[in-house]
Design a protein around this ligand. Sequence first.
Ligand code: ZN
Length: 308
Amino acid sequence: MHKTHVLAADVGGTNIRAAWVDGLGNLGDERRIQADLSRDDVCEDDVIHILTDFLHAYLSDYPDIQAVGLGFPGFFLGDTGVLLASPNLPRLKNMPLAKKLSEELSLSVFVQNDALCAALGEHRFGAGKNTDNLLHITLGTGVGGGLILQQQAYTGESGMAMEFGHVRVQTQATARCCGCGGSGCVEAYASSTAIQTIYAELTGKTLMTKVIYQRACEGDAVARGVFERAGGYLGQAIAEAVKLLDIHTITISGGLIGAWDILHPPLMKALNQHVISPLKGKINVFPSTLNDQAGILGAAAMALAGCD
Ligand SMILES: [Zn+2]
């Protein structure tokens, strides 16, 4: 029986979550604090202070914890824990985040991009278990991706591998603009933000994604159409990734998988329409089995691997 416990944390734009996790993926004593880490003026010291205070308080209740794993929104240099840049935190550049936290907490600390953490979690504990290669997609306010190749996290040369949300699925003049400065990106159609924006444009009503989904289930054809189009574009984007990677297992986590029953059929239809013919029917796409814990469990997986 694996008894190692680690502390895992997941940093979002407005809150930070932490929990202990054991070697089997059991998770407990989840704590959460509000912290606005998406403002332009947040500096290195702010990030270190906020994280150290929160994690230190947690660790003081669990003196047997051996390592800390952290998912953070940004681009990291390989597995060094050096944050090269973070889109929402422009003042952070080339910051040795893992090393600084490790000094503050006097423990080994492992840090990686949040979407890549979700991929690691799904690969070790979730729907991507027992696969050598996995493409994991996160569908939340944005669309992210993480890649596991030969059982290892693949970061790319500057931590930007699998910027899946910015795969272009629409090239017409009417293509929707994306936050990255481009247009026609899958994120502009298949994120929670996009679903809300498109539905509001079509109906004049600004509703939460969950409510739009409920309406779709109750027969609102406009609502259903927004989700179906999102599913179709996701399938198209996955097909492009599969052409490059020849990966057969795809997993998806994030709030939008609550609409899986509507998203999945058009997704698979578009995927099989757009992949090269020898791969038609061979690509499996699964919803996450970890609910909203994929990221935190992936952060734990890094820390557990560091304890082995
Ligand atoms: Zn984009």
